[in-house]
Design a protein around this ligand. Structure first.
Ligand code: NAP
Length: 272
């Protein structure tokens, strides 16, 4: 079955305006599937949509929505009610902040849980039901190495990513035999605009256009994702992540948290 026959005719990419999400949306379009592009910034979405349409014979729709706001899943369901969505990619989810839990108001953690846990769960419930009825479809949820164990400066973020990983695994267990692919992607540091901005703000790189050291390229990450859509429930992206996970297998949870503490201190950079 072709990609379009399995996952078309429409895909929804949440977090599609730049970096990984834009690259994923472009890859979907290149495979002949129409794309709904969702993020907060309408002008950037318009740019991505124009790029896609200039290169590929597909339709696009843009939705400028803040996924951290309450009630957005219903708004997204309404805005896509006339489309047959066969593929859902939930990419939005990085932490622009990287600060101690108590350094931020509780609303920051609540918004993180809303955007990273509540909304993807609601969207999966909404879009997976018709996928199961059709006996085909796909769901990709972006996770992070930060979700493998707890560490400082990413208390709510890491916990939300642990939720995403286990959620994707469990959903795979229920949907895989019904023809719906579910994949939780576990990423390490990746060269996205969001990461560059964070590292620049912390004085770790001297320009927001510099490539942060030790990062994977967006195209490599997205390439692995497309190659492994049917290899769920969980895909560790990149050799470094796979080696780290193998190493963690020989440690206790407490030892892994100690390691996360050291890694987080190193990641704080001069601004920390
Ligand atoms: N980059 C890394 O090093 C890294 C490492 C591990 C895991 N990951 C995971 O990879 C995914 C993508 O990360 P990223 O670095 O590209 O950063 P990101 O901040 O998640 O940005 C990705 C996209 O999400 C959109 N977005 C962010 N917050 C949103 C919100 N509240 N509502 C709607 N859209 C929103 C952004 O567009 P707008 O600004 O236009 O809204 C952008 O298009 C995340 O899930 C992250 O956890 C990234």
């Amino acid at each position: 079955m072709t990609f379009a026959a399995k996952y078309g005719p429409w895909a929804l990419v949440a977090g599609a305006s730049d970096g990984l999400g834009a690259a994923f949306a472009t890859g979907i379009a290149a495979r002949g599937v129409n794309v709904v592009l969702l993020s907060r910034r309408q002008s950037v979405l318009d740019h991505v949509a124009a790029e896609i349409k200039s290169q590929h014979a597909v339709e696009t729709r843009t939705l400028a929505i803040d996924l951290a706001e309450p009630g957005v899943a219903s708004a997204i369901a309404m805005a896509t009610g006339d489309l047959e969505i066969g593929f859902l990619v939930y990419c939005a989810g990085a932490d622009p902040n990287f600060k101690p839990f108590l350094a931020n108001p509780i609303e920051a953690a609540e918004a993180m849980v809303q955007r990273n846990c509540m909304v993807p769960m609601q969207l999966c419930h909404h879009f997976a039901a018709p996928m199961v009825e059709r006996g085909r479809g796909g769901i990709v949820i972006f996770g992070s190495g930060a979700g493998l164990a707890g560490g400082p400066n990413m208390v709510a973020y890491g916990a939300s990513k642990a939720f995403d990983m286990v959620f994707a695994e469990a959903l795979w267990a229920e949907l895989h035999d019904k023809g719906v692919d579910v994949l939780g992607l576990i990423l390490g540091k990746t060269n996205t605009p969001a990461l560059r901005q964070l590292e620049y703000s912390r004085g770790q790189i001297s320009s927001p256009d510099d490539v942060p050291p030790g990062t994977a390229a967006v195209d490599d990450v997205i390439g692995e994702a497309f190659e492994n859509l049917a290899n769920g429930p969980t895909w560790m992206v990149g050799e470094d992540m796979r080696a780290a996970v193998q190493m963690m297998g020989s440690l206790t949870r407490n030892q892994i948290v100690e390691l996360m503490k050291h890694a987080s201190a190193a990641a704080m950079g001069p601004a920390g």
